[in-house]
Design a protein. Structure first.
Length: 113
């Protein structure tokens, strides 16, 4: 853990993330998707709630929707809501911090909402 901050765990080095893109990381028994987009960093669950497809194989469009690679379900990154045409639960979202070049997630990993 970087900087002696209790309650946070280092999961990746920021410099190793794609400038614009997706990277899956394992956090304990959970998979989390780090999303680098437009100079921001977000963290959401890494598996689609429909059939557990790896969302890291999907893509993010210009409007901020994450598209599943398997059946094209989409999720709004700002709140995790499922897009039109599907009735799926919201993606779990997680707080994320940067500290000394490290990407930190909560420890324990608890969703924002």
């Amino acid at each position: 853990m970087s900087g002696g901050q209790q309650g946070w765990q280092a999961v990746a080095r920021f410099g190793e993330l794609p400038e614009e893109g997706l990277r899956e990381v394992a956090v304990g028994r959970a998979l989390v998707l780090l999303v680098c987009r437009a100079g921001s960093l977000q963290a959401v669950q890494a598996l689609c709630p429909h059939q557990m497809a790896p969302l890291a194989e999907g893509h993010v469009d210009a409007e901020g929707w994450l598209h599943c690679p398997r059946h094209k379900a989409s999720f709004r990154l700002s709140d995790g809501a499922c897009g039109p045409g599907w009735v799926l639960p919201r993606l779990r979202r997680y707080a994320v911090r940067l500290d000394g070049g490290q990407v930190l997630l909560p420890d324990p990993l608890v969703p924002l909402d």
